[in-house]
Write a protein that binds this ligand. Structure first.
Ligand code: ZN
Ligand code: ZN
Length: 282
């Protein structure tokens, strides 16, 4: 089995974002919708607890996410310990990598799987952590490699990031985790066709969404995120996966608001919206 836990469902900035007064951020501040932390996912192929779990991206909210998730906390003995075996990075975005700095008290070097390009862009973080635990960088590959005795994974290269496909070695079940997608490539389509569950980039509903809260803001596609409405919705609608879930959702995205026409459209298409703490077992 594969156990996936959404640690944070929001894109960079979280919900609410400190300087944002969009409808969702106001609703989150007044308790009308639940606040969400920044995008990170834990995955494990352990049957019960997370003996050994891996994070996909490490957000600046990671310490809080660990305290919110019993399974990610150290086991109760006197020594320092963690079930977190390492981190897989989809790209070098601040909201995906800053959490690594917050793990600096780790005693062994942090194991981080990333593309060479991501590693190069994070040279600053590598230098900073070298004074603490350091990073043990590992290469990613387009063919399956083992993360541990029960979980395999491979990277699907996209123009500005990678997606990851995970394989439960025992059951053969597959999960696709793609929180940063700029384009629908043939390889990504093929991987999604064979996956039991898909976690997909839900950053923006529309291409011009940010311009509504900030004049002159870049379009979604310029920020390397395929919008839901004109990009990924039809793709996911047609996917045969058992569960299809948007995650890495920006605070401006109307799909965060229950009952909004956009959210209803997703629900009618059989697509879910992630929330902090959501657990998926397959
Ligand atoms: Zn992000
Ligand atoms: Zn907002």
């Amino acid at each position: 089995m594969i156990r996936i836990q959404i640690l944070g469902s929001a894109a960079g900035g979280g919900l609410p974002q400190w300087n944002c007064a969009c409808a969702n951020c106001v609703a989150a501040r007044t308790g009308k919708i639940e606040a969400q932390t920044q995008s990170s996912i834990a995955i494990s192929a352990d049957s019960e607890e997370f003996q050994n779990c891996w994070l996909i991206n490490a957000s600046p909210d990671l310490p809080r996410q660990i305290e919110n998730t019993t399974r990610l906390q150290p086991r109760r003995d006197a020594s320092r310990n963690t079930p977190i075996a390492g981190v897989l990075l989809t790209n070098a975005d601040i909201d995906h990598a800053l959490g690594l700095l917050l793990l600096r008290q780790q005693e062994k070097p942090l194991v981080v799987y990333a593309a060479d390009e991501t590693r190069a862009m994070l040279a600053w973080l590598d230098r900073t952590l070298a004074r603490f635990c350091g990073i043990e960088w590992r290469k990613i590959s387009s063919t399956f490699q083992s993360l541990d005795s029960s979980l395999g994974f491979r990277a699907i290269e996209l123009a500005h990031s990678v997606a990851f496909q995970f394989l439960d070695q025992a059951s053969g079940r597959l999960a696709l985790v793609a929180p940063a997608v700029s384009e629908l490539t043939r390889e990504l389509s093929e991987a999604s066709a064979g996956s039991d569950v898909i976690l997909f980039d839900g950053t923006f509903w529309s291409d011009h969404e940010l311009a509504c809260v900030r004049a002159g803001a870049r379009r979604a596609r310029e920020m390397n995120h395929l919008p839901v409405s004109s990009g990924s919705l039809n793709f996911l609608r047609q996917s045969p996966a058992r569960r299809k879930i948007y995650t890495h959702v920006n605070n401006t995205n109307p799909i965060f608001m229950p009952g909004s026409p956009e959210r209803v459209e997703l629900e009618q298409a059989g697509i879910e919206v992630a929330r902090d703490g959501l657990e998926i077992v397959l």
